[in-house]
Ligand binder design. Structure first.
Ligand code: NAD
Length: 339
């Protein structure tokens, strides 16, 4: 059993901890918190060993009666790998600590690609990241784009990718971000940074992918409108390939899954913890091919699509399973994904 330390127990961190706990070949060594809040209390109630991420704050947990084992420095040497789930920008500062303690670490999509050895998506770069020490699991949007491009690339050659990202304004627990009454071009410059982020995983797309993004007043999911020029394919080929690609499902507007709200209701009806949908949902009706150009729309559950990727990234970096599809299957089965 490999020992995984989760540094930063927020939206991504708590999901990574639960996903690690579900696997047969890894265990949660501990989780860290900066504040003695309800998440810290619940982490302990769930049975996770809690450590103060900032040593001076350890007494604050004790004052609140939250059981704390020590500080991150009491546990870091025992870890086989740290999954850093701190807010964007903090992970790169933490890299110094991971290197000093000679522990492997995974950073998240809020960090820049330049600080790590490579960038992870299970379908595209599992083999490249095998045995590496410092890797970034790319963002929720980049993960969604990489998955669908894998499905398309499996049946044809990609000439050019255009994608419009309609991004959620904030996560559901966030009262500080917006907008609440407008549509914000973000970034206002074109193309957006999302294309280069995809290239960090798929270098073959350099100069071939152009993205733009707006932020809208919703918290549930992102949506992507995607146009991919290919050397030739058919709608049936694309549908068949999507069906074969793990972690992408098709949904039917006609059947009532006609909005991100309905898709989240679907996840709730599936009984998913925190209504997570780790799979990307592609609208069946949207899939079209005109003059060799593929068109489709997909929904991305921002808080959860990267979670199974973190699990596969652990297996790749620690050389636990040498076949990406085997790791994907193990993760999916343990987490109860649809495919
Ligand atoms: P979050 O704010 O929900 O959680 C971050 C946690 O880290 C909080 O509990 C915070 O208290 C803690 N923290 C802050 N400073 C710390 C430190 N120095 N040491 C340890 N813990 C610290 O953030 P999140 O949404 O979980 O995002 C984490 C990372 O995942 C970011 O890089 C983000 O860009 C990326 N990401 C987020 C989403 C999303 O939709 N939420 C999706 C994909 C990737």
């Amino acid at each position: 059993m490999v020992k995984v330390l989760i540094n930063g127990y927020g939206s991504i961190g708590k999901r990574v901890a639960d996903a690690v706990a579900m696997q047969k070949d890894m265990e949660v060594l501990g989780v860290t918190k900066t504040k003695p809040d309800f998440e810290a209390r619940l982490a302990v109630e769930k049975g996770y060993k809690l450590y103060a991420a900032i040593p001076e704050r350890k007494p604050l947990f004790e004052e609140k009666g939250i059981e704390i084992e020590g500080t991150i420095f009491d546990v870091i040497e025992e870890a086989d790998i740290v999954v850093d789930c701190t807010p964007g920008g903090v992970g790169k500062d933490n890299l110094k600590m991971y290197k000093e303690y000679k522990v492997k670490a995974i950073l998240q999509g809020g960090e820049k690609a330049q600080y790590v050895e490579d960038n992870f998506n299970a379908l595209w770069s599992y083999d490249r990241c095998y045995g590496k020490d410092y890797i970034r699991v790319v963002s929720c949007n980049t993960t969604g784009l990489c998955r669908i491009l894998y499905a398309i690339n499996s049946v044809t050659d990609i000439v050019k990718v255009r994608a419009v990202l309609v991004r959620r304004g904030a996560d559901p627990n966030d009262v500080k971000k917006g907008p609440i009454n407008g549509i914000v071009p973000n970034p206002p410059t074109l193309p957006s940074h999302h294309g280069p982020d995809v290239v960090s995983v798929i270098p073959e797309l350099e100069g071939k992918i152009f993205t733009s993004a707006v932020v809208v007043p919703t918290t549930l999911m992102h949506m992507h409108i995607i146009m991919v020029e290919t050397t030739g394919t058919t709608r049936d080929n694309i549908i068949e390939s999507i069906e074969k690609t793990p972690r992408i499902i098709t949904v039917s507007a006609e059947e009532g899954l006609n909005s991100t709200a309905a898709i989240i209701e679907f996840a709730r009806d599936l009984g998913r913890m925190r209504y997570d949908l780790n799979e990307i949902a592609v609208w069946e009706e949207s899939i079209n091919v005109v003059d060799n150009e593929v068109f489709l729309m997909q929904a991305i559950h921002q808080e959860s699509d990267v979670i199974p990727e973190n699990i596969d990234c652990i297996r790749s970096m620690l050389e636990m399973v040498d076949d990406k599809m085997k790791s994907i299957e193990m993760t999916n089965k343990a987490m109860g994904l649809l495919k």
